[in-house]
Design a protein around this ligand. Structure first.
Ligand code: FE2
Length: 479
């Protein structure tokens, strides 16, 4: 791995306003296909459902539209005994049911103005993330919303999961399941009214047992957290919703280049957040965090993530009234490690590679504990900016291995599925949907996580295209 600072001219923009075409385009049919064609051989120990959540608008909202507006659709491949089946299903949210009854989209999307003062002006589509907690697959939204329980492997909607009525308020994408305790640590986030950020816990028994307000100076664009054995790690970074625009019913985000960011450690047992100042930056997704001790014997917390130095273009757009708007984001993330020194209160950062990667994943059975391995989709050069391959990183030995999907092929999130009973951190498989732009067909690639450069050991050929979407998850079958 090498360390380099990218030049400003090399930084690409991602315009995701024109989302409903090509590899992003919605699919119309919900389908079920059994006994899919497989090239190579699926491991017999790989038993469960690989699923991806994607925005897929059932109706086109009035006015300008955005990629984030689409209703959640989950695409899943169920694997058992070396065979595979495919299903895709809409997440049956209250918003989608209301639209279906009306026969049209009842609300405009996030590019349109909203009524100032409306505490929740957005459609909760549950289109962003998936999490597997205590035998339940939950679809989640990028703001604090209602988790939706999906039956596996059918992917039919069971209903809103309110944890026996104990979830008071929302639950956003990217909660973390602590593999040691079985707890689900989540955050709730809403830019429209204070408090902007709350952190809570769902017990292994499925009850919300705590909820704590986190004081933040402004509504930042919170998107992910991390956990360690004793802390919930919070990212309060200076990409914020513009409060003056929000007061006028407009959604605009600004990157406050002069304002430092803060990484916070909230004791898992409750208490005050301890903040560590870091230079301005933005992070969409963390990989892992864990506790340790440095060479001087100081206690530390390590945070691994994909960091963006400058997430929104500044000039000339910032002086214009219409931009920066939500669709203009600079997709310029690099694998990064922060080390927080709990004795001195200082944070040190280090870029770990000079290739752009995002949607990173690790072995979730080790979440919150020291880890060295992660698997990242690799971002293709501009103007494509889609994932053209994946990289396996070993941050301990500073080595990596890459797998390219090939010309005209784009992939999704690279999810690690552990081999049942494995003792080694990287003993398992990496699963990823890959789509061929020319044939408009997708496949599920299964890679040996210890040798991704060898290419897939199995390719499950799907009868349809899985649109470029958001997050994926592995839901193992019970042993
Ligand atoms: Fe995300």
């Amino acid at each position: 791995m090498t360390t380099a600072t990218p030049s400003a001219s090399a930084r690409p923009l991602m315009n995701i306003a024109r989302y409903d075409e090509g590899v992003y385009a919605r699919v119309d049919a919900e389908r079920t296909d059994e006994d899919l064609q497989i090239e190579g051989e699926l491991p017999r120990e790989l038993r469960g459902t690989f699923a991806q959540n994607s925005p897929n608008p059932r109706f086109t909202p009035p006015g300008a539209t955005h990629w984030f507006d689409g209703d959640g659709m989950v695409h899943g491949v169920f694997i058992e005994n070396g065979r595979a089946s495919y299903r895709n299903r809409y997440v049956q949210t209250a918003a989608l049911r209301a639209d279906l009854e009306a026969g049209q989209a009842l609300r405009p999307g996030i590019m349109e103005r909203f009524q100032p003062g409306d505490p929740s002006p957005d459609r909760d589509t549950a289109n962003t993330d998936l999490v597997w907690h205590q035998g339940k697959l939950l679809a989640l939204w990028w703001l604090g919303g209602q988790p939706v329980h999906l039956r596996v492997p059918e992917l039919d909607t069971v209903g809103v999961e309110d944890f026996g009525g104990t979830l008071k308020g929302g639950l956003a994408a990217h909660p973390k399941v602590d593999p040691r305790t079985g707890e689900l640590i989540f955050f709730d986030y809403n830019p429209y009214r204070a408090p902007f950020l709350e952190v809570g816990v769902i017990s292994p028994e499925g009850r919300c047992t705590s909820r704590q307000v986190i004081e933040t100076p402004s509504p930042a664009l919170f998107h992910d957290i991390a956990i360690t054995e004793h802390y919930t790690v919070l990212l309060d970074l200076p990409m914020v919703w513009d409060p003056e625009r929000l007061a006028r019913g407009q959604r605009r985000v600004r990157f406050l280049r002069e304002r430092p960011g803060r990484i916070g450690l909230l004791p898992r047992a409750g208490g005050e957040v301890r903040w560590f100042e870091v230079p301005p930056c933005y992070v969409y997704h963390t990989i892992n965090a864990f506790e340790g001790v440095n060479r001087q014997g100081d206690p530390t917390v390590t945070l691994l993530a994909c960091r963006i130095d400058d997430p929104i273009p500044s000039l000339p757009h910032s002086e214009e009234p219409e931009v920066p708007r939500l669709e203009f984001l600079r997709l310029d993330p690099y694998f990064y490690r922060w080390t927080l020194n709990l004795r001195t209160g200082e944070a040190q950062g280090e870029q770990l590679d000079d290739r752009r990667t995002e949607f990173p994943r690790m072995n979730n059975d080790r979440l919150g504990q020291p880890t060295r391995w992660s698997w990242h989709p690799r971002i293709a050069p501009a103007p494509t900016l889609l994932f053209d391959g994946c990289i396996a990183y070993d941050s301990e030995s500073s080595s990596s291995a890459a797998h390219s999907y090939g010309p005209g092929r784009v992939g999704g999130e690279t999810v690690f599925a552990p081999r049942p009973g494995a003792t080694e951190e990287n003993d398992g498989w990496v699963l990823v949907f890959v789509t061929d732009r020319r044939t408009e067909r997708s496949e599920l690639q299964v890679l040996d996580a210890r040798d991704v450069a060898a290419g897939p050991i199995a390719r499950v050929l799907l009868p349809a295209r899985v649109p470029v979407g958001f997050h994926s998850h592995w839901a193992p079958m019970p042993a």
